[in-house]
Every structure is written in structure tokens, then in C-alpha cells.
Design a protein around this ligand. Structure first.
Ligand code: BMA
Length: 346
């Protein structure tokens, strides 16, 4: 299949990468870990808390790697920059078994009404599903919901809007989109609502791949949205494929590039996009984003925190290998989101 060439991309000028990046890497993890990445991050009970994806491989670093397992690591921080990883992963093997989960990955954290909600993806015996669990202590988790297959990349808004909980999500529709779509992984961003975090419906399309100039494959929600006076500010990932890309990272062949985008959603109707930056928020440019990863050229944000002074912390997995931090001022991010000339909310 041929893809529209997206070409060279750069991060927005206002973005600053943390000089101590990566902020969490496998060497910081006190148990077996090959990759520490794609974390959810929030502020909870006076601390920064991170839940990251830990993939464990045999023959790590080579293209002969064999997956040994995946778990979710837990880390705390006082400043959001220096992290201490807890002695054990969170979510026991028993919890996963009880819910018939084979692998759990790509967590996102949202504090709602003083409780921490974790969205995640799971591989189940009958397909990939998105999940939502609630915790007060990161020891005990109550499973609230698992989607039907095939869905994942779910993120929750931090409050009820119009009396309902709202999530962004990314289903994987394969049938019904024609041969071209069948051969590709061209997927879009959707949204559903719920009265109680358990029952979800009223599903609407929020943004299509065609609305993102730097995507020619799929897009998906990234970090949970933050509230600003101008709208809900939120990141998304946007993928382009270039078949001339060959070996990239440990993978024998990896033709995709994952960029982070940023958009603004209407405060009252958060399923309506009112602004978007037409170029990436973060494009792979730093060494740790371009080389040495499991899959190079991958930026995968999962956490975004708006600080009281207007600084926005954006946490992202780099190269499917380590967890990084970049910052920008909220006013600059809002200014980068230009009004869009399309409206799917009608
Ligand atoms: C997606 C997910 C992410 C991963 C990305 C790039 O499909 O599996 O966990 O970071 O691919 O490999």
C-alpha cells in the first residue's frame, strides 16, 4: 500500500525537553525490566505518581528478542522530575488472572472526585480491550469496565461534563472501510459517555486521520485532557508510515513514526474539536527518541499536568523504551492550537 509522504517534522518551538531525560529508564527499576515507557502520570494525595509499562524480554536489544512478560511499574516523585520506582509492580498476577487478562499495558491516570482512575489496554483471550479501574492507594484496584474488542487508548476527562463521565478512545474498525482501509491501520479518535464509569455509550467520532496533516495512518488519544479557560487541552498520537524506513530499533523492520499532536476541545461539548496545532507538538528529534529504542521514532504521551504557574508537564514514552518529560507554557500551547475549519459535532 502506498502512503502520502509526510516528510520531515519538528517539535513546536515552545517545547523544552527535560535535560535529565529520560526521567525513568530500565536501570531505575529494582526488578526485571527491559523497557520502562508509555506511562500514565498524575498528581495524587500531594505526590506525583507514575504507572509505567514494563516489558521484559529475553535477548533484549537484539532482533532475536522474545517476550517474557509485561507488568505495570509504580513510581512516585516530589517534583515530577526525579522519580523513585517502588519495589514491586502494581496489579498482581492474581488480579490479572481473575479478570482473564493476558497482558496489561499503556496506562493513563485521571483523578476524578478524589479517586484515581486508571485506563489501560489489555490483551485478552478474545481480543484487545480497553479497561478502566479505580484505586485509592495503587494497591487495590476495582475493575469498572472492559470494552468490547477492538478498542484501546482510552483517556478520561477529570470531571463529569453535562452530568456524564466522558472518555476519548480509539477503536480499530477493520471491516466496512474498503480494501485500502483493510490493508492499513487507519483508525480515528472517538468518544463515549457514561453515568457511572461502568456503562458507556452515546459514541461519537471526534477527529479523523484526514484532519491531521502529519498523519497518514492512525491517530489516537494520548494523555488525559487538562482544563483551561479556553477549552480542554489534550494531546494525541499521530502515525505516519514510510515504507522506505527499514530496520529501526530492535525491530527487524519498523516503517512507522509516532508524533505527538495537541488540540483543544470545547469546554461544554468536549467531543468537539475547536483548535489544533497543524504541526506536531513533539516529533522524534532527540537521540533517545531516534536511536537505541525497541522501536525508534516513537513519541507516545500518556500524562499531562497543568501546574499552578502555567507550566504544562508532558510525559511521553520515547522509542518504546524509556519515559521522558517535556514542558511548555499553557498560553503557548493554547496559541499553537489554531481554529479548525471542520466540525464533526453537527
Ligand atoms: C501502539 C501501542 C503502543 C506503542 C506503539 C508504538 O500500537 O502498542 O504501546 O508505543 O504502538 O510501537
Amino acid at each position: 500500500m502506498s502512503y502520502r509522504a509526510v516528510g520531515e517534522l519538528h517539535s513546536v518551538a515552545c517545547l523544552k525537553r527535560e535535560k535529565t531525560n529520560p526521567v525513568v529508564a530500565p536501570k531505575d527499576v529494582p526488578y526485571r525490566c527491559s523497557l520502562a515507557f508509555n506511562a500514565g502520570v498524575t498528581k495524587f494525595n500531594g505526590k506525583y505518581v507514575m504507572v509505567f509499562r514494563n516489558d521484559i524480554f529475553d535477548h533484549e536489544g537484539t532482533d532475536q528478542y522474545k517476550s517474557v512478560g509485561v507488568n505495570l511499574g509504580l513510581a512516585y516523585s516530589d517534583d515530577g522530575i526525579n522519580w523513585q520506582v517502588e519495589a514491586k509492580p502494581c496489579l498482581s498476577g492474581e488480579w490479572l488472572k481473575e479478570h482473564r487478562i493476558i497482558r496489561i499495558y499503556d496506562p493513563r491516570l485521571t483523578v476524578i472526585d478524589g479517586r484515581c482512575c486508571m485506563c489501560f489496554a489489555v490483551d485478552s483471550y478474545h481480543g484487545v480491550r480497553g479497561g478502566i479501574a479505580v484505586t485509592d492507594d495503587f494497591q487495590n484496584f476495582e475493575l469498572m469496565h472492559l470494552t468490547v474488542p477492538e478498542n484501546r487508548n482510552m483517556v478520561l476527562f477529570p470531571e463529569k461534563i453535562g452530568g456524564k463521565y466522558v472518555r476519548l478512545e480509539r477503536p480499530f474498525p477493520m471491516y466496512g472501510r474498503g480494501r485500502e482501509a483493510w490493508e492499513s491501520t487507519r483508525f480515528d479518535i472517538w468518544s463515549s459517555c457514561s453515568p457511572d464509569l461502568r456503562y458507556w455509550g452515546d459514541t461519537k467520532l471526534v477527529m479523523g486521520v484526514e484532519h491531521v496533516p502529519f498523519a497518514n495512518d492512525k491517530i489516537g488519544p494520548a494523555a488525559p485532557p487538562v482544563k483551561t479557560p479556553k477549552g480542554w487541552l489534550t494531546t494525541f498520537h499521530a502515525v505516519d508510515i514510510d515504507n522506505s524506513r527499514g530496520k529501526n530499533g530492535w525491530e527487524p523492520r519498523w516503517t512507522k513514526r509516532y508524533n505527538a499532536g495537541i488540540m483543544l476541545l470545547d469546554l461544554e461539548n468536549p467531543r468537539k474539536v475547536i483548535g489544533m496545532c497543524q504541526t506536531p507538538l513533539i516529533a522524534p528529534e532527540a537521540d533517545y527518541e531516534l536511536t537505541g529504542g525497541f522501536r525508534d521514532n516513537v513519541i507516545f504521551p500518556g500524562g499531562m499536568i497543568l501546574e499552578p504557574d502555567g507550566e504544562v508537564k508532558i510525559y511521553y514514552g520515547a522509542g518504546d523504551a524509556v519515559e521522558c518529560l517535556a514542558t511548555a507554557h499553557v498560553d503557548e500551547l493554547l496559541a499553537a492550537c489554531k481554529p479548525v475549519d471542520w466540525d464533526l459535532s453537527k
